[in-house]
Design a protein around this ligand. Sequence first.
Ligand code: NAD
Length: 523
Amino acid sequence: MTAAPPDDDMVVGNMVASNRVVGSGFGAGGPVGTGVPFRRENPARPNEIVGEMAACTADEVSDIVEAAAAAQRDWARRPTPERVDLLRRAADAVGASAKRLAPVLTAELGKPIDDSAGEMGFAAAFAHHVATRVEALTAESVVDDDAGRVVVTHEPHGVVAAIVPWNAPLILSSLKVAPAVATGNTVVVKPSPLAPFAVTEALAAMAAELPPGVISVVHGGADVGEALVGHRDVAKVAFTGGEVVGRSVLRTAAERITPTVMELGGNDAAVILDDLTLDDDVMERMVFGAFLTSGQVCMAAKRIYVPEHRLGELVDRFRETADRVLVGGDPADRRVTIGPLVTRAHRDRVADLVAGAVDGGATAHALGTFVDSWDPEEGYFLRPTLVVGAAADSTIVTTEQFGPTVPVVGYDDLDRAVEWANASDLGLASSVWSDDEERAFDVGRRLRAGMTFVNCHNRAGMSLRVPFGGVKRSGFGREFADAGIAEYTATHALHAPASVRAGTRGRAGAPSAGALAGRAYPT
Ligand code: NAD
């Protein structure tokens, strides 16, 4: 399916003469979006408009979901190998679009260009991974023995509503779309208005390889998200975003008891043990663990705990390494590793957090360099900082900064560091760093998080086979790995106990009606 132009000026998937992207969502019937269009500026050069996107009305959302529900009935009936084959083609299509779409993602989001290409590569790789796992995971199981017959099947939910944030739109969409589609659901994606273009193009490329209505995209803000989540035909909600919106999504979903996967924010602790050798490799992993995508990553290291007697050494090594590897500037320039923040308001919020820490007596060490000839004042840039001397209970330590700053806090006693790490209401990821892997795993077992990295943090520790998701207020449900595929099916169990099979009543060994009534628990 190729989305056709909604009118002469709006060409889905093309740069128009003005060099702006103009686009719309799409469904089974083609492009949609007669709501109020919105624009997105380039956060590296806010005077430059990247493009204009057509928003959907609530009625259009409803039509799209109903068409997705109709498409799902046929899609679910297809044998899994046929769906897998089509998913592989869709994966190849998104992979092939990487070169074309990476500059679009970089322009709308400020993400360094190689990371943008990496997002497309991830989307393709993850879809292929799902394709290799789904048949085994959804195979019907049968047990037929003296106790009776049990058949368990894995059924798709129906229409999945996938709501994604701006910070990694391709990765976070593909984590929902690939397993949903592979298991026989259809999916309607709502991207963030702050990064709407590349993800729409990539999903359109995938959708073109699948029957109409299997993948749809709707655009807009909270009203469109609510119309989608609350629709009577939506059978599962997969949400990634912040806690405030997450709570609102849960309220809407609660009206219809719609099951949800919630991937929310994190305030990840990195616990450094006293034996860690601070060599260049370790330090680069630590710096990028905190500063990838300018720190705008849910699973970034957001507070570092280090033994007090090694605090000075860690700060020196962190600063040296960061000054070497953090290069600010135009994110389209391949030398650049630190782009702007997503909006002016977000930049100001993170700057205020750092200023508040300094007011409270901490020192903010500026990190990294800027490429020559680039004026950071042009965009929503914020110089990365390492904050030293903030109290363990200060705001910069206890808040998800989601930006290019990280506090480092000294500890005297490892038990105290574990206690601080676990004191947060959030529990997405965490990390333990040690030359002794066994010791790191032992400490890691004591951390309350959905994931604990060892000797790395953030992207360096992610793997397609490792389940990811939060505990506490970081959410529930899992993405990645087999657990992330299982989210998109519900088991259907069929059971004929031997005791009720025809011909068993009255036979020696069969329980009497009285015995059955009195048997409180099955065995
Ligand atoms: P957000 O919560 O503001 O928005 C997320 C999405 O929800 C957007 O598409 C938005 O338009 C939509 N939305 C807004 N109001 C809605 C409503 N009432 N009903 C339905 N949808 C609605 O998040 P953001 O600012 O885009 O992203 C940043 C947050 O996401 C951070 O807190 C970050 O930690 C989190 N995050 C979590 C993960 C994870 O895997 N756990 C990954 C990335 C980002």
